[in-house]
Design a protein around this ligand. Structure first.
Ligand code: TYD
Length: 208
């Protein structure tokens, strides 16, 4: 996708890696420096997406892996078409919690579907839209699990998966980052949140 004036930043990482905190800090910093920033997320960044989010995260019982991949891709197709693309065309900076790398990591490595097929499905869904920058918050799954436990929220379908699922997801994210070093910034999510925010701002500043 050729984007007119805006910039598109996605945050990726395992559950409990602190993406939401960093998305909030980055959006705040962009707005304080006079930019128009749109904070959004997948799944659930649109009205249709919120319905899909409820299915993929809270359905009781099994969802076939390919159906799960299609649900995330459907959320993504609608979100990019109705929220992300219009914002980028207006010249906004889109700060997005999760995008197609999550599908490659969770549905590909986690559910063991073919990574290239999963990626191609999302690229078809979004007419090839790729972010300008993807920040990977890398954290070992046992630390992430301790954080989630401390949170005291009930686990969703994906969070409830076992540690080896989350270990595969982490490895897949790191492989994606290694394959596209120009798009990714990898940060140690075990570091202090304010220190991470400084690293992210420095990289984002290069984009603006
Ligand atoms: P997220 O919104 O980050 O969860 P939370 O609100 O608990 O912070 O993501 C929801 C879950 O969906 C997360 O476990 C990862 C999973 N997911 C996929 O499996 N595939 C995808 O393509 C996306 C975007 C998310």
């Amino acid at each position: 996708m050729t984007v007119a004036a805006g910039r598109w930043i996605t945050l990726e990482g395992g559950d409990g890696s602190g993406k939401s905190t960093q998305a909030a800090l980055l959006t705040e910093w962009l707005e304080e420096s006079g930019r128009t920033a749109l904070r959004t997320r997948e799944p659930g960044g649109s009205e249709v997406g919120r319905l899909i989010r409820d299915i993929v995260l809270h359905h009781r019982g099994e969802i076939a892996p390919r159906a799960e991949a299609l649900l995330y891709a459907a959320d993504r197709a609608h979100h990019v078409a109705t929220v992300v693309r219009p914002a980028l065309e207006r010249g906004d900076i889109v700060v997005q919690d999760r995008y197609l790398d999550s599908s490659v990591a969770y549905q590909g490595a986690g559910r063991v579907l073919d990574a290239t097929e999963v990626r191609d499905l999302s690229l078809w869904a979004t007419q090839g839209a790729l972010p300008d920058l993807t920040v990977l918050l890398d954290l070992d799954p046992s630390t992430a699990r301790r954080r989630l436990d401390a949170d005291d929220k009930p686990f969703d379908r994906l969070e409830a998966e076992k540690e080896d699922f989350h270990a595969r997801v982490r490895r897949a994210f790191l492989q994606l980052a290694a394959a596209e070093p120009q798009r990714f910034l990898v940060v140690d999510a075990g570091a202090d949140a304010d220190d991470i925010a400084v690293l992210i701002r420095a990289r984002v500043a290069l984009l603006l």
